[in-house]
Ligand binder design. Structure first.
Ligand code: GH3
Ligand code: MG
Ligand code: MG
Ligand code: MG
Ligand code: MG
Length: 308
């Protein structure tokens, strides 16, 4: 522990420094306010013992300077050491940012007791800082978890909605294209009917993993849109680019070769509807509606394909 002692009397300085050393505290000495403030910046002491009457800047001003230097949330205890014993002096010291007041001549036991009291507050403060950090981390983890879909681990609908809105606004601001692919598993009701709901869940997980694997850019978002429907948000992507991605997605799901006896192809397939536009008026609903129409085209055109 380091204590900054700002005291213009050499004798006073020597006495207080000795007291501190006996407490196991390293004293840093300044004999005027200006150099005291400079040493405060340089050493970042744990506590400041501050004389009031000093050459040049007085102790009250030093206290104000120290409080101004501290970042928000930082706090260094300041104890005034002074021969001024009037109530108004004490009030002025506390108002200037001091935390306690000690009258000269300084009693070693009283100084030790007051330093101990400040150490106790510092310890409490430190515990609070640690607790706050833990809360922040827990909060971040909670935010992460509440944006994930429980079955597949993909982003959930809420996170999809937020992301699409954010990307829509960004694309509108920079007049850039934004694409959306809506993905729907083909004949999935029949899959459940044939293999059971649990196998259906496993199938959705496999599809989700494959979708995650084909998403190429970090800015792309893969989400579970609902039920057996998924979505890809593709920033900075025109229709040709989005079709390209969607074809790749279709291929990758077919390539999984997940048996689906009740489907014409014999394996699990998906249909994809893509849309891309440069946002002007309206909202992301425009893009969703277009992709939805395109998905309908893909379904009515025979499934296992991309509509646009
Ligand atoms: P289409 O090719 O036209 O899309 O046919 P479909 O059978 O996939 O379409 P439909 O929307 O009628 O059926 C979707 C099915 O997906 C019905 C529903 O029970 C099932 N489903 C939705 N969510 C889940 C889920 O979390 N797990 C399982 N196992 N099934 C789900
Ligand atoms: Mg003095
Ligand atoms: Mg569906
Ligand atoms: Mg379906
Ligand atoms: Mg279209």
């Amino acid at each position: 522990m380091k204590a900054l002692v700002i005291e213009d009397s050499q004798t006073g300085l020597a006495v207080v420094s000795q007291h501190l050393e006996r407490m196991g505290i390293q004293p840093i000495a300044a004999t005027d306010g200006e150099s005291g403030v400079a040493l405060f910046r340089e050493h970042n002491p744990d506590i400041v013992l501050l004389d009031v009457v000093l050459p040049g800047m007085d102790g009250y001003e030093v206290a104000r300077r120290i409080r101004a230097i501290e970042q928000s949330g930082e706090w260094t205890p300041i104890i005034f050491l002074t021969a001024r014993t009037a109530d108004t002096d004490l009030v002025q010291g506390i108002t200037a940012g001091g935390d306690d007041y000690l009258f000269k001549p300084i009693s070693e036991v009283v100084l030790a007791a007051k330093v101990r009291a400040m150490q106790r507050i510092l310890q409490m403060r430190y515990s609070l800082v640690v607790l706050t950090r833990k809360l922040d981390a827990a909060n971040q983890e909670l935010t992460r978890l509440t944006s994930l879909d429980g079955l597949t681990g993909l982003s959930n609908r809420r996170h999809f909605d937020e992301t699409l809105m954010r990307e829509w606004r960004r694309a509108a601001r920079y007049k850039r294209p934004l694409a959306l692919a809506l993905i729907d598993v083909d004949h999935f009701k029949l899959f459940n009917d044939t293999y059971g709901h649990l196998a259906g869940d496993e199938c959705l997980k496999s599809v989700a993993n494959a979708l995650q694997a084909v998403s190429r850019r970090p800015s792309d978002l893969v989400a579970r849109y609902g039920g057996e429907e998924f979505a890809l948000v593709l920033p900075e992507t025109d229709l040709a680019g989005a079709r390209n991605v969607a074809e790749g997605v279709c291929d990758s799901i077919r390539a999984l070769q997940l048996p689906h006896g009740a489907s014409p192809s014999g394996v699990v397939t998906i249909s994809v509807g893509v849309a891309s536009l440069t946002p002007g008026t309206g909202g992301p609903q425009n893009l969703i509606a277009e992709a939805d129409l395109a998905l309908y085209d893909a379904k009515s055109g025979g499934r296992d394909r991309v509509g646009f």
